[in-house]
Design a protein around this ligand. Structure first.
Ligand code: ZN
Length: 284
């Protein structure tokens, strides 16, 4: 199973379960996450949701190269009202797929009417950030690191473009321009995570926080979550994200027009090698 579901008292724990691929997200995982979140929403005993990643890493991002990559598979669409991407050409295909599976799903999950806490250890890269960011709170272990390296593909950040809102504009630019790994402490300093705890007590600390929140009334929490999300949208999050989604797809199309594919010919290995070679030549 690509996603597991477990309930501990008032807390539902939804866990990405592809540890052998650092929880790279394929569509199968996306729809399994959606089903797990829906289950937690429908269970009146559940007050708080914790999103976790099995193994050493939270998530290395979208699946751009495992054997389980399933970008051409048709799933039962539910995030947006749009036609299927399957068997469509060029930008028609990419736009339809990313609108549903990436941007649409993340927006849908941001609307979950129960508080969600991301429990982050190890890598939280690119598409991994999207999952952490749609949660209301983020508890990171001291070994967690965050990175959005897709500018290396010529693309201005991942599809769910929350960077300036979760980091502030200046830190967001440093984060994107360098594509480097930023520590949990750095993320804490810039307000992107709520707390940093030792790796050994990550689960205990996260569950303690979840249980404390679970003491509050369910409906009050739902309205409060909506209130803060609405305020965030008044600060431009939703409209900004829509406008950047256009730039994002312009970049994909430019890549496809001048090169071999929409990712500038880069897969997971190429991205890793590029980061490693810069480290080896003294880039910090
Ligand atoms: Zn994309």
């Amino acid at each position: 199973m690509t996603v597991t579901y477990q309930r501990k008292g008032p807390v539902a724990i939804v866990t990405m379960n592809r540890p052998e691929y650092r929880n790279a997200q394929n569509s199968e995982m996306t729809y399994a996450l959606d089903a797990a979140f829906a289950r937690a929403v429908d269970d009146d005993e559940v007050k708080v949701i914790v999103l976790a990643g099995a193994g050493k890493h939270f998530s290395a991002g979208h699946d751009i190269g495992t054997p389980g990559r399933d970008v051409d598979v048709a799933y039962d669409r539910r995030a947006v009202m749009w036609w299927t991407h399957v068997d469509k050409p060029g930008g028609d295909q990419r736009y339809a797929r990313e609108l549903e599976v990436y941007l649409g799903m993340c927006r849908r999950w941001r609307e979950i009417p129960k508080p969600a806490i991301a429990m982050v250890q190890g890598a939280c890269i690119a598409g991994g950030l999207m999952l952490a960011w749609v949660c209301d709170l983020i508890v990171a272990s001291d070994d967690a690191f965050f990175s959005d390296p897709v500018v290396r593909m010529g693309i201005p950040g991942v599809e769910y473009f929350a960077h300036p809102w979760v980091l502030g504009p200046r830190a967001a630019k440093e984060f994107l321009f360098t594509g480097e790994r930023f520590s949990a402490e750095w993320a804490l300093e810039h307000g992107m995570v709520n707390r940093v705890v030792p790796r050994s007590s990550l689960e205990e600390s996260t569950l303690a926080l979840a249980n404390r929140i679970a003491d509050m009334p369910r409906f009050g929490l739902a309205l409060t979550k909506r209130a803060v999300n609405q305020a965030e949208d008044q600060m431009g999050l939703r409209a900004g994200m829509d406008s950047v989604f256009g730039l994002h797809h312009f970049a994909h199309s430019h890549n496809a027009e001048v090169g071999e594919d929409s990712l500038a010919g880069m897969d997971a290995r190429a991205m890793r090698d590029a980061a490693a070679s810069r480290d080896a030549t003294g880039g910090s």
